[in-house]
Ligand binder design. Structure first.
Ligand SMILES: [Mn+2]
Length: 429
């Protein structure tokens, strides 16, 4: 894993800094920043403490705290790391929005890249002790543990139904199964479930779900308690009844106790979260492997990172990926007329006030270029905003076409949301 280096309280990573504007309460006192807390803990003299706590800015708090004419408590040197940890932990405990962000750093190391700080930071030559970075990693693990514990606590004495997203795919269904087993092991009355209002399984992945799972999810309705997997939006469910979520998509914040990290699949995320306290059976590891396969278009999409690959290796499951892909992965039916394929697979997306019809061609062979070219001709003859995506698996390329402009990627990307974001950045959309 890489190291995330942050510098000062500005920008994307600014939330990691002690000067960041995230206050918290501790022992009945409100501290505007970690810096206010840390500096004030150096003293026992009430008036100096108050001066620091009331300082307008963290810089001001720091100036008072560093003033050597103020007498520090005797053992501060010995306890300063603990003081720092306590402050940073409270900051993230009491500001869930940045706790989510911290969790999203997965297992990366964190370092404060200040050039003149060798104790808390890494210093100019990066040889510093980096104690702040180490504390942030420790806090991240603690916060993660506390969120999971909070979910488990709320589950006690209730029947808990684990549900994936609407039109559940293999990741949703298998992750629901996996998590129900882990929770049962932890003494919770958990069920592998699907909401009856959620529609049927995803067509594309129905076969793999039916072939690999003997047990089917129980169908339930809204008046139960839930844990969400593979999504973290309430979708009309009562907030009070959704006790937690585990997901690998973007965080919505709709479910307070959510663990969200970018893994190849939710199944793989669950494996990594619980592998130290739950012994996954070979069957369960096989299901987890299958969630990775289906969510990464059989390991070719850019969603599959080297980080995921390491975990997948750890699963120790040997399956013939290309045969599974041939069997379960539905490519475009090229015997159909173009207009029928367009009708069949297009989905509507909103871009500002424009409606975009997205259509996807998926093929193994690059010879389908002819079909793609005909497709382009056809959509150009329409009076619609059609976004065409062709994912060509044998050469691992994605062709994207929108209103006369084409973009080619050297990898497979089928997420329309990500593609639209990309086109916006390129001013194509
Ligand atoms: Mn998924």
């Amino acid at each position: 894993m890489a190291t995330i280096e942050f510098y000062k309280e500005f920008g994307n990573l600014g939330y990691l800094a002690n000067y960041s504007n995230h206050g918290f309460e501790k022992n009945g006192i409100y501290y505007k920043t970690v810096e206010h807390y840390y500096q004030s803990e150096k003293f026992s003299d009430r008036s100096i403490k108050d001066k620091i706590i009331n300082a307008d800015t963290p810089k001001e708090a720091s100036n008072i705290g560093r003033d050597r004419s103020n007498k520090r408590i005797d053992n501060f040197k010995k306890i300063k790391k603990q003081v720092m940890y306590d402050g940073i932990l409270e900051k993230f405990r009491q500001n869930r929005d940045i706790a989510y962000k911290l969790i999203e750093t997965k297992k990366n190391d964190i370092a404060e890249a200040t050039i003149d700080e060798y104790y808390w930071g890494i210093g100019k030559d990066k040889s510093g002790e980096n104690n702040i970075g180490k504390i942030l990693v420790k806090v991240r693990e603690e916060i993660k543990r506390e969120i999971i514990e909070s979910i488990l606590d709320k589950c006690k004495g209730k029947e808990i139904y684990i549900v994936g997203h609407n039109y559940s795919d293999a990741d949703s269904i298998f992750s629901s199964y996996i998590l129900s087993k882990v929770l049962q092991y932890k003494g919770i009355n958990a069920y592998f479930a699907i909401l009856d209002s959620y529609g049927d399984y995803n067509d594309k992945e129905k076969a793999i779900i039916n072939d690999f799972l003997q047990e089917k999810p129980v169908k339930i309705s809204e008046n139960n308690y839930f844990i969400l997997v593979d999504h973290n939006n309430l979708d009309g469910l009562d907030k009070e009844r959704v006790l937690g979520a585990f997901d690998h998509h973007v965080i919505t914040g709709e479910v307070y106790d959510t663990i969200e990290m970018e893994y190849a699949s939710t199944g793989l995320l669950l494996y990594d979260l619980f592998k130290d306290d739950y012994n996954f059976s070979e069957f369960e590891r096989t299901l987890i492997y299958l969630t990775v396969l289906t969510d990464t278009d059989y390991l070719v999409s850019n969603r599959y990172s080297s980080f995921d690959e390491e975990l997948v290796t750890e699963l120790g499951i040997k399956l013939d990926v290309s045969n599974l892909q041939k069997k379960y992965f539905k490519i475009t039916d090229f015997s159909l007329k173009i207009e029928d394929n367009l009708k069949k697979d297009y989905k509507e997306y909103k871009n500002d006030d424009k409606l975009i019809k997205r259509s996807i061609i998926m093929s193994y062979e690059k010879e389908k270029k002819l079909y793609y070219n005909d497709y382009l001709e056809y959509i150009n003859s329409l009076n619609d905003n059609v976004l065409l995506i062709w994912s060509c698996y044998d050469i691992k390329k994605t062709y994207i076409y929108y209103l006369g402009k084409e973009k080619v990627l050297d990898y497979i990307l089928t997420s329309t949301v990500l593609i639209m974001k990309m086109l916006k950045e390129d001013n194509i959309l």
